[in-house]
Write a protein of this length. Structure first.
Length: 159
């Protein structure tokens, strides 16, 4: 009986540790980028590589630290029931310009495979709304990224 109680307490502290990271803006950003990458239900290698490249460039990390952040984002997204936990962290920690830049990073993930899927478009729209990025800024970021993405197909619901 005592062992079961200890096991329960260990599990409880593990759960608390896992959720404590969700207040980390790096984990929140990683989770949202991971979420948009999987929004269309197909995770391609080119998207995964772009996801890791965006994390590496944004946070000046590599190696194990990069792998850990990517895994933390994946884990946080898989354990989450909505986007609010992540968007509220970004809204608290990022200024308006940084939030706009983050939407640009989301578009980079979306266009990594050269296609815009309606579920990806909807995800970026919802995140932008939740972090306070205006429609015109979201659309401008999409156009800017799409202009440099190879072989872009699909259209946004904003057009």
């Amino acid at each position: 009986m005592f062992e079961r109680v200890l096991s329960f307490l260990r599990d409880l502290s593990t759960d608390a540790d896992a959720h404590a990271g969700t207040d980390d803006p790096r984990v929140a950003a990683s989770a949202l980028l991971y979420h948009v990458m999987n929004a269309d239900g197909v995770r391609q290698d080119v998207e995964w590589e772009k996801f890791k490249a965006v994390l590496a460039q944004s946070y000046s990390i590599s190696g194990d630290e990069l792998e850990d952040l990517a895994a933390a984002g994946e884990r946080a997204d898989n354990e989450s029931i909505d986007l609010h936990a992540f968007t509220s962290v970004l809204k608290r920690h990022l200024d308006a310009d940084a939030r706009k830049a983050f939407i640009g990073l989301m578009w980079e993930i979306v266009y990594a495979d050269g296609e815009l899927h309606e579920l990806e478009d909807n995800t970026v729209w919802r995140v932008a709304e939740l972090i306070g990025v205006e429609r015109r800024d979201r659309i401008e970021a999409r156009r800017r990224v799409a202009a440099h993405a190879p072989g872009v197909t699909g259209t946004s619901s904003d057009e």
